[in-house]
Design a protein around this ligand. Structure first.
Ligand code: HEC
Ligand code: HEC
Ligand code: HEC
Ligand code: HEC
Ligand code: HEC
Ligand code: HEC
Length: 491
């Protein structure tokens, strides 16, 4: 955990460059990773084209220790984006980062939001008012620092206040320490204004965010991370608070491969007897009497990030978990009645991610409810506005966008939409003002740049229009500006 992020090319290198080239299924671009004195980089190239689009980007930081995989971060003028290339340990090769293989151009515009660093790094330095700009360096400590589990060391030094010992906290607070990073659920919705905040050691995760899962009994829960998976086990269900992550794991060390079987057998035998196992002696001996070899097997999906490799449901005989219904209700993992705003956002985000109209419909109703009882924050209003816009209800959309902007002028989609409404009305100066603000929040909005170029041209600023298009190419090298715009610019 302590090695989960840092500057690319520093620390113990995990990467090999024997197999540095790969290409997309659609074949349009080839990518090659490399290193030189300045660090790691990757090249992209469109083979066969008359005027091939090509370029190079530096890989500034890594995320992930690389025990399975490693992601990288691009730094464009202080704004951070996830690199489209990643390194995979098992195959010892470079390939697409998860999810970007579907793009047939170099995808350089996936913003690194604070959540990513909240789980993989410590003491993050985000620049407020932006979506993804950070000071240099973006985090003062790579990986998971002591304070994330033990509370601030300064308290300890200054006042002699004892550091938090997670194992001695009440159950919910204890479990929250690991859950802040190891409980994904289907989605986590931060309370308004808490997106950036690490969990203070000793607090409950629920005070910071709501974790939503699809409804069903624990054994039906879809496993998205280790916490849900362990909750499915008979061991956890029958021993309750006595069993937690810390029963088997010491967060400060990882047992060596040769000691693993004995290390974990010891943990099992803190509750079970050697005789509790009903398997035959001979089969157990054949497996070196490794309890985990039979009861906690490793699944073979061993090449990606954010999957549970080791089956934490500790079954008698390993079996596959059922797949839940895609339209099952979303419910808070910790129970209770969720706020309309939180549940509405959860349905909205998963609904659009999965293209699930049932969820989107529920989101629309819940967010209307939240707006009606004044519990909608700017993020909720922005989604609600988008729903109105999708329904061509521009009057309500515009009202909601404006209300969202008054509450919080740091949401790029809101500024982009307000600019579009100004443009529609022929208010080019107003459009330019909003689009400039959107781009100050996140400069990689390529379509906003194209629209901005149009508005600049119409107000008699062809040089600025050209610069806006030029800048768009930095973020999407394969970007084709609208032909008529290019002609009017007389290039
Ligand atoms: C601030 C976030 C964070 C917290 C808090 C956290 N983890 Fe982790 N943990 C991670 C990340 C990220 C990884 C993956 C590291 C990697 O390979 O890059 C990880 C990996 C692990 C691993 C795999 C072995 C290793 O060390 O890489 C174990 C086991 C683990 N965590 C247990 C725990 C337990 C137990 C707790 C609670 C006491 C806990 N973690 C709290 C983020 C966290
Ligand atoms: C909610 C916490 C959380 C967030 C947010 C998160 N991760 Fe992770 N990540 C983890 C944990 C925990 C692990 C290790 C265990 C696992 O795979 O579940 C992990 C594993 C990984 C790994 C594999 C590391 C290895 O073991 O080799 C990579 C790569 C990675 N994450 C990249 C990212 C990137 C990039 C982002 C943001 C864009 C991100 N993660 C966001 C918690 C998180
Ligand atoms: C991922 C969470 C996590 C991180 C990070 C972490 N610890 Fe711990 N630490 C724990 C847990 C859990 C215990 C309790 C172990 C037990 O008693 O079973 C513990 C116990 C300790 C203890 C013994 C405390 C006592 O009262 O007996 C010390 C000392 C300690 N940690 C120091 C550190 C230092 C120094 C770092 C940073 C290098 C660090 N820890 C990082 C989770 C963490
Ligand atoms: C905190 C105590 C505790 C620990 C640690 C623990 N278990 Fe269990 N386990 C239980 C309890 C309680 C049950 C319920 C049935 C029983 O009493 O045997 C159980 C049940 C089981 C079952 C039966 C599951 C079923 O579907 O009926 C298996 C298999 C098992 N444990 C294996 C293990 C293994 C392997 C380990 C170590 C990796 C382990 N347990 C660690 C408490 C524990
Ligand atoms: C009954 C023992 C046990 C408990 C309890 C347990 N784990 Fe594990 N965990 C294991 C074993 C065994 C492995 C595999 C270790 C290996 O192969 O090196 C593992 C591996 C992991 C890994 C590495 C990735 C993977 O899937 O192999 C992470 C992360 C992890 N556990 C997190 C957690 C968290 C978080 C909790 C609490 C929700 C937890 N574990 C509770 C036994 C346990
Ligand atoms: C060779 C694989 C293997 C090994 C090694 C093994 N088990 Fe089992 N274990 C099984 C199988 C298979 C069953 C189920 C047998 C059955 O269905 O009757 C089982 C059943 C169990 C049960 C449930 C017994 C019941 O109440 O029905 C427990 C608890 C258990 N094992 C614990 C352990 C522990 C603890 C260890 C390590 C000391 C261990 N096992 C090692 C394969 C194994």
């Amino acid at each position: 955990m302590a090695q989960s992020s840092g500057r690319a090319g520093t620390g113990e290198p995990k990467e090999r460059f024997d197999s540095p080239t790969f290409r997309g299924a659609r074949g349009s671009f080839a990518y090659t990773a490399g290193k030189d004195v300045t660090g790691y980089y990757f090249d992209f190239r469109q083979p066969g084209a008359k005027q091939p689009v090509e370029g190079r980007r530096q890989l500034d930081y890594f995320v992930g220790s690389g025990s399975a995989a490693r992601s990288y971060i691009l730094n464009t003028g202080g704004f951070l984006y996830e690199a489209p290339v990643a390194y995979y340990r098992k195959s010892e090769s470079w390939n697409f980062a998860p999810g970007v293989e579907i793009f047939n151009y170099p995808y350089l515009t996936r913003p690194i939001r604070p959540g990513c660093f909240l789980c993989h790094a410590s003491r993050i330095q985000r620049i407020s008012g932006t979506e993804n700009a950070y000071a240099s360096p973006p985090f003062l400590e790579g990986g998971v620092g002591c304070e994330r589990c033990h509370g601030p060391g300064s308290d300890h030094l200054a006042s002699g206040k004892p550091m938090v010992n997670p194992a001695k906290l009440p159950t919910m607070e204890r479990d929250s320490i690991c859950e802040q990073c190891h409980l994904s659920g289907e989605i986590r919705i931060a309370k308004p204004g808490k997106e950036d905040q690490p969990l203070p050691a000793g607090d409950r995760l629920m005070s910071l965010l709501t974790v939503f899962v699809r409804a069903g009994s624990p054994s039906e829960l879809r496993v998205t991370s280790h916490v849900e998976n362990l909750a499915q086990s008979e061991c956890k269900r029958r021993s309750g608070e006595k069993l937690w992550c810390g029963t088997c794991h010491d967060p400060h060390t990882v047992p060596a491969a040769s000691e693993k079987a004995a290390y974990y057998r010891d943990k099992c035998l803190s509750c079970h007897q050697t005789s509790s196992c009903t398997a035959s002696q001979s089969s157990r001996q054949a497996n070196n009497d490794s309890c985990i070899a039979c009861h906690m097997p490793r699944n073979p999906t061993a090449d990606i990030e954010h999957v549970v490799f080791t089956d934490h449901s500790i079954r008698r005989r390993p079996s596959r978990a059922p797949t839940p219904s895609a339209t099952a209700d979303l419910v808070p993992y910790f129970g209770g009645e969720p706020a309309a705003r939180d549940l509405g956002l959860a349905y909205a985000i998963i609904g659009s991610r999965e293209g699930n109209p049932t969820y989107t419909e529920r989101a629309f109703r819940l967010l209307q409810q939240a707006a009606a009882n004044s519990t909608a924050d700017a993020q909720a209003l922005a989604y609600l506005a988008q729903f109105y816009r999708d329904r061509k209800d521009d009057m309500r959309a515009l009202t909601a966008y404006e209300q969202a902007w008054r509450m919080d002028s740091t949401q790029a989609p809101v500024a982009a939409a307000l600019g579009a409404y100004r443009m529609q009305r022929g208010d080019y100066a107003g459009a330019i003002r909003f689009w400039d603000q959107a781009l100050a929040i996140n400069p990689a909005l390529v379509l906003v740049r194209a629209n901005l170029a149009e508005a600049l041209l119409r107000t008699g600023k062809p040089d600025e229009a050209r610069a806006a298009l030029q800048k768009a190419l930095e973020f999407n090298p394969a970007f084709q500006p609208p032909q008529d715009l290019v002609e009017r610019l007389g290039r």
